[in-house]
Design a protein around this ligand. Structure first.
Ligand SMILES: Cc1cc2nc3c(=O)[nH]c(=O)nc-3n(C[C@H](O)[C@H](O)[C@H](O)COP(=O)(O)O)c2cc1C
Length: 204
């Protein structure tokens, strides 16, 4: 089977987190949609809550602690990203934005990104369109057409077959289609020996 990698970023702060719940539903739907297209999706979930101190340290010092470096490397090596934030004060959360801020330049360029958000009220659903979509467009990511928003009420008993479920399925289908038509990301090792010892000796 054709392998692809998916990194899911969840910026929820609560425990349990509705943001993580949405992230998991999106990941599961994406795995299924990818499988239907003959792709084997390896999923890595990154909980930004666990990296909050590292992110602050990176902003202050300019250097990522090991766990944060592992997370940013995973994002760079991913074939696609699902980015889920809680809506705080009508926009993405500060922690979510700070993680995006510590990514190396061009990390997201050309990468398919499914954007999603949770919030207390449906009134702020357009934050996906006026805050998240422009942010990722600025970073030259390929933002999928369907953004997924879930207010607290959407997680009720009826939600499994309702609008939220259908948006999750549609967004996951778009993600899988994007993965299918692209070659897997290859990450170059900056320390890899690309010239043979023989050729190196010739230059001395
Ligand atoms: C500081 C703060 C600001 C918030 N601002 C908004 C807001 O502007 N609009 C909204 O609908 N919900 C707002 N909420 C509610 C959260 O978006 C909502 O509870 C979210 O689903 C929490 O995600 P979590 O369970 O993953 O932590 C806010 C919550 C907090 C803590």
């Amino acid at each position: 089977m054709n392998q692809r990698s998916l990194v899911v970023i969840s910026a929820g702060l609560s425990r349990p987190s509705s943001t993580r719940l949405l992230a998991d539903q999106l990941a599961a739907a994406s795995e299924k949609a990818a499988r239907d297209r003959g792709l084997d999706l390896r999923v890595t979930v990154i909980e930004l809550r666990d990296l909050a101190h590292d992110i602050a340290n990176n902003l202050l010092t300019g250097f990522p602690p090991a766990a944060l470096k592992e997370a940013t490397d995973a994002v760079a090596a991913a074939d696609a990203l699902i980015a889920v934030t809680p809506i705080f004060t009508a926009s993405y959360s500060g922690l979510f934005k700070s993680f995006i801020d510590v990514l190396e330049k061009d990390t997201l360029a050309g990468k398919p990104v499914l954007i999603a958000a949770t919030a207390g009220t449906a009134r702020h659903s357009l934050a996906l369109e006026h805050a998240l979509r422009p942010l990722f467009a600025y970073l030259h990511a390929v933002v999928l057409p369907t953004a997924v928003f879930a207010a607290t009420d959407d997680f009720g008993a009826d939600s499994a077959d309702g609008t939220l479920r259908s948006r999750i399925t549609r967004a996951a289908g778009e993600l899988a289609a994007e993965l299918e038509r692209r070659d897997p990301v290859t990450v170059l090792d900056p320390f890899a020996l690309t010239t043979s010892f023989e050729d190196l000796l010739k230059t001395i």
